[in-house]
Design a protein around this ligand. Structure first.
Ligand code: AHN
Ligand code: ZN
Length: 313
């Protein structure tokens, strides 16, 4: 009744005020999926980014230079990491910071290395062939490079950091610690004194055709509010068919390393319930290539994460 009276009293004005308020609170998010797609293709064009190869070295240099070009303050962290099979990996984590003096910080990350062995390929003859890693690696990095480009155009209020971690994928089944070695090194040896973001979002396999993202177990334990915000943003932007509000299994991934150090982290990772692995059918096969990357998927993830990054959550 009171509302009706108020409306009757200042009808036109009130409508204008409401419209102004709505447009002020509406977040303008520009995420160019074609640009993200070309960032994925650029990485794949180097060849498999397997640690200790020339393709890996050259791609690492390019990633750091792209972040610099997009206005980030870049820190490269080089490390020699001993893999489960005794190989010493010349690894490089690449951190780009936006608004580096802000206290409140959000970290966005993806792994940039490729698995040296397509050991899930249906043809055993391919099990020693390195993967292209278009989805497994390059997709997350491609989305983050496009976010970096957008952050240069529109500086965020909070601090936003983009981290490309190395040596995620030189792991072996049955040994949890053999995966995510670059992420572990990063949290154990922060390249910036006292570096501790408030929260983090990991992107892993975010470019597959027809991908579905469900709520991953460790993320849900460590960062339920962040997950709720992200899935809420996705739904409100019309991506509820990709971001499904369902449980999506537990995944050993880079986020587990951050969570272990007290950083609430959500892993946005494709969930494929009909596969035994739970992953995309091209996962760790020689067909993880550009033919199976869809800009529609990159856009849903990129828009959602960029929206969260430039809003005041
Ligand atoms: C395991 O296979 C245990 N974790 C997979 C994490 C991963 C590999 N993400 C991409 N490649
Ligand atoms: Zn992998």
């Amino acid at each position: 009744m009171i509302a009706t009276l108020a409306l009757a009293g200042c009808g036109g004005k009130k409508a204008e005020a409401v419209a102004a308020e709505e447009s002020a609170s509406e977040v303008v998010v520009n995420f160019d999926a074609d640009s993200a797609y070309s960032y994925v293709a650029r990485q794949v064009a180097f060849g498999p980014r397997v640690p200790n190869t020339e393709a890996h070295r050259l791609c690492g240099e390019w990633l750091a230079s792209e972040l610099r070009r997009h206005g980030a303050e870049v820190t490269e962290q080089n490390a020699e990491l001993k893999a489960f099979d005794g190989t010493i990996l010349k690894a490089k984590n690449i951190l780009g910071r936006y608004n580096p003096d802000a206290d409140s910080r959000l970290l966005l990350l993806a792994h940039w290395d490729c698995r040296p062995w397509a050991d899930q390929d249906p043809d055993p003859a391919n099990h020693k062939t390195p993967v292209d890693g278009a989805n497994d690696g390059a997709s997350g990095v491609g989305v983050l490079l496009e976010i970096a480009r957008q952050l240069k155009l529109k500086s965020p209020e909070k601090g936003v950091d983009i981290l490309f971690v190395d040596a995620e994928d030189w792991g072996t089944e049955g040994s949890e610690e053999s995966w995510a070695m670059g992420a572990r090194y990063f949290v154990e040896n922060p390249p910036i004194d006292g570096y501790l973001p408030d929260e983090a979002i990991l992107l892993d396999m975010v470019g597959g055709k027809g991908a579905v993202f469900c709520r991953e177990y460790f993320s849900e334990q460590a960062a339920p509010r962040l997950a709720q915000s992200l899935w809420g943003i996705a739904a409100s932007r019309g991506y509820g068919d990709l971001f499904q509000n369902k449980f999506g299994g537990a995944v050993t991934d880079d986020h587990v390393q951050l969570i272990a150090r007290g950083i609430p982290t959500v892993d946005i990772i494709e969930y494929h319930p009909e596969q035994e692995s739970g992953f995309n059918p091209h996962w760790h096969t020689i067909t993880d290539n550009m033919d199976n990357i869809d800009p529609v998927t990159l856009k849903a993830v990129g828009e959602t994460v960029l929206h969260y990054s430039i809003s005041n959550y």
